[in-house]
Design a protein around this ligand. Structure first.
Ligand SMILES: NC(=O)C1=CN([C@@H]2O[C@H](COP(=O)(O)OP(=O)(O)OC[C@H]3O[C@@H](n4cnc5c(N)ncnc54)[C@H](O)[C@@H]3O)[C@@H](O)[C@H]2O)C=CC1
Ligand SMILES: CC(C)CC(=O)C(=O)O
Ligand SMILES: [Mg+2]
Length: 359
């Protein structure tokens, strides 16, 4: 059976890192049909919209999407609905991708590249599960209130709405408990229940769902404490489940435990097997075009794509083993470089993963 994969490279380093992941997928003997389409700033520049109809249609009709990143400072002044970031938000919403898996795994070769002492991250394997289609990123109403007295030119205030429904919390909680069952059997639900009504509700609903999983330990932690515990004692966590905004922030923090934001892959899943796979980082305009971006988060996202959307576990493991091999061989993009290792470019890293696959 041919699997259809939509390839959306996007902006900044997006095309560079996606090219390497595509090379890796093509090196496997799989029946894949890859089709590319513009998204983000690249799509706005070419078609006047960050998520053109044709791109959305391609994504919706595919078995999975391989996504790079969107965004560039040069689009900062555009109206919100035309900004490149709306493309990824739109894809998540249209495809119903509510469950975002961000595994923070520290490869043993990278314990010295981590921002923490090696003993704190050796063997680290945390799974952050971020709710992806609710919270303050999508809640209505949002907007600006225009001044009536003309005192402030433009607007006098701006507002967003933090909101979660019970079914939204229940379904992400089930995902987290079921994931924990297959690993360390512990869920930490991260909230701000001491201040926010939305997250007191979150905590109540997660606790209720937790009663259906007596074999999984559940604890609750405020997000500020969680941010601190992640750098103090990260191995205390197994599965972390949290809302859209806290998960966004905590996963960037967790990436540095693994050595670099360029090491953190992600899978965004809906209630079918369809998914969107992207590195957790953004388009990194500061290093775009220099050939120094780390493609491993994207390559590892491609492995997640094979595992979760196509059910090709063996092929996923082959990619993960190949990544481990290139790290064991001492190859490093600049973000994970340390003395005694070999600095390579984005393309050389991708080539090395392909070579390791074929060895
Ligand atoms: N899913 C998406 O498409 C996302 C898009 N963005 C967008 O990306 C743009 C840039 O955002 P930033 O806040 O700078 O975050 P960013 O994640 O793009 O970059 C943050 C820092 O990490 C570095 N970095 C990121 N990926 C790297 C990689 N693979 N290898 C080596 N270094 C890497 C960058 O050079 C930069 O110094 C913005 O327009 C933002 O909205 C941000 C996050 C996610
Ligand atoms: C560009 C944002 C909408 C997304 C983001 O930062 C993320 O998904 O990590
Ligand atoms: Mg983010």
């Amino acid at each position: 059976m041919t699997h259809k994969i939509a390839v959306l490279p996007g902006d900044g380093i997006g095309p560079e890192i996606v090219a390497e992941a595509v090379k890796v997928l093509n090196a496997l003997d799989l029946d894949l049909e890859l089709q590319s389409a513009p998204v983000g700033g690249a799509a706005y520049a070419a078609h006047g919209h960050p998520l053109p109809e044709a791109t959305l249609k391609l994504a919706m009709e595919s078995d999975a999407v391989l996504f790079g990143a969107v965004g560039d400072w040069k689009y900062d002044t555009l109206e919100r609905h035309l900004r490149p970031e709306q493309a990824i938000l739109g894809l998540r919403k249209h495809m119903g991708l509510f469950a975002n898996f961000r595994p923070a795994i520290c490869y043993k070769e990278l314990t010295h590249a981590s921002s923490l002492k090696p003993e704190l991250v050796a063997g680290l394997d945390i799974l952050i599960i971020r709710e992806l289609t609710g919270d303050i990123y999508f809640g209505q109403p949002r907007g600006r209130r225009v001044a009536t007295d003309g005192h402030f030119p433009g607007a006098e205030e701006a507002f967003d709405t933090m909101r979660y429904s019970k079914p939204e919390i229940e379904r992400i909680a089930h995902v987290a408990f079921q994931a924990a069952r297959k690993r360390g059997k512990k869920v930490t639900s991260v909230d701000k229940a001491n201040v926010l009504e939305t997250f007191q509700f979150w905590k109540d609903v997660v606790t209720e769902v937790g009663q259906q999983y007596p074999d999984v330990a559940l604890d609750h932690m405020y997000v500020d404490n969680a941010a601190m515990q992640l750098v103090k004692e990260p191995k205390r966590f197994d599965v972390v489940v949290t809302g859209n905004m806290f998960g966004d922030i905590l996963s960037d923090e967790a990436s540095m435990l693994t050595g670099s934001i360029g090491m953190l892959p992600s899978a965004s899943l809906n209630d079918k097997k369809q998914g969107l796979y992207e590195p957790s980082h953004g388009s990194a305009p500061d290093i775009a075009g220099k050939g120094i971006a780390n493609p491993l988060a994207t390559i590892l996202s491609a492995a997640m794509l094979l595992r979760f959307s196509l059910g090709l576990e063996d092929a996923a493991q082959k990619i993960e083993a190949a990544v481990q091999k290139v790290l064991a061989d001492g190859l490093r993009t600049p973000d994970i470089y340390s003395e005694g290792t070999t600095k390579v470019s984005t393309r050389e890293m991708g080539d090395a993963v392909v070579a390791a696959l074929q060895a």
